[in-house]
Design a protein around this ligand. Structure first.
Ligand code: CU
Length: 188
């Protein structure tokens, strides 16, 4: 009996040896399966396209997502926070009198209509993560918690990467300016 077990073990190790010879390192998961492109259903809320830009430790970065409210009643986004950042603010882009695009903090609760949706995207509404406490590297997944009046705290997983540009936005200047402004914001 003991001999049989030993023989089986030998056969197993031989098999695994062959398997090791036969395959190299596993290829990285294809981008198509990334968390950002998967819909996350959290209670009455649907989340998709959750992406946060890469950034160095101590820097600021912007996060984007599409929020859908499946409930009949309006909910309100009150605040956001994340273990990877000193603080997270809700920002929007506005056009100044001189025609420049600037960003400003949204202080009031942000309404999300019943059965409605809210898009956070480049050159529009976005989440600003200030003072990253570690580098964010493309491909990894980080949590940001959104605090809603009705739904309560909702932890959303964001993929670190470059957001897909909205179809209507073909200007690169906007994003460059966004980065500059974020940096100035930080240095102030
Ligand atoms: Cu911003």
């Amino acid at each position: 009996m003991a001999r049989q077990v030993r023989a089986a073990l030998l056969a197993l190790s031989a098999a695994s040896g062959l398997a090791l010879l036969g395959c190299g390192p596993k290829p990285a998961a294809p981008a198509a399966e990334s968390v950002a492109q998967k819909a996350q259903e959290i209670g009455s809320l649907g989340v998709s396209q959750a992406v946060v830009r890469p950034g160095a430790a101590g820097a600021n970065t912007a996060a984007y997502l599409l929020l859908v409210n499946h409930a009949a009643n309006t909910d309100r986004l009150l605040s956001a926070s994340s273990p990877i950042a000193g603080r997270v603010e809700i920002h929007e882009h506005i056009k100044t009198d001189t025609g420049l695009v600037a960003m400003r903090r949204v202080d009031a609760p942000l309404a999300l209509q019943g059965q409605g949706q809210l898009a956070f995207e480049p050159s529009g509404l976005h989440l600003m993560a200030f003072d990253l406490n570690r580098p964010l590297v493309s491909g990894e997944t980080v949590p940001i918690t959104l605090n809603f009046e009705q739904a309560g705290p909702v932890e959303v997983l964001f993929e670190v990467g470059i957001p897909r540009r909205p179809a209507a936005d073909t200007h690169t200047e906007h994003e460059q300016q966004e980065h500059q402004e974020h940096q100035e914001h930080h240095e102030r």
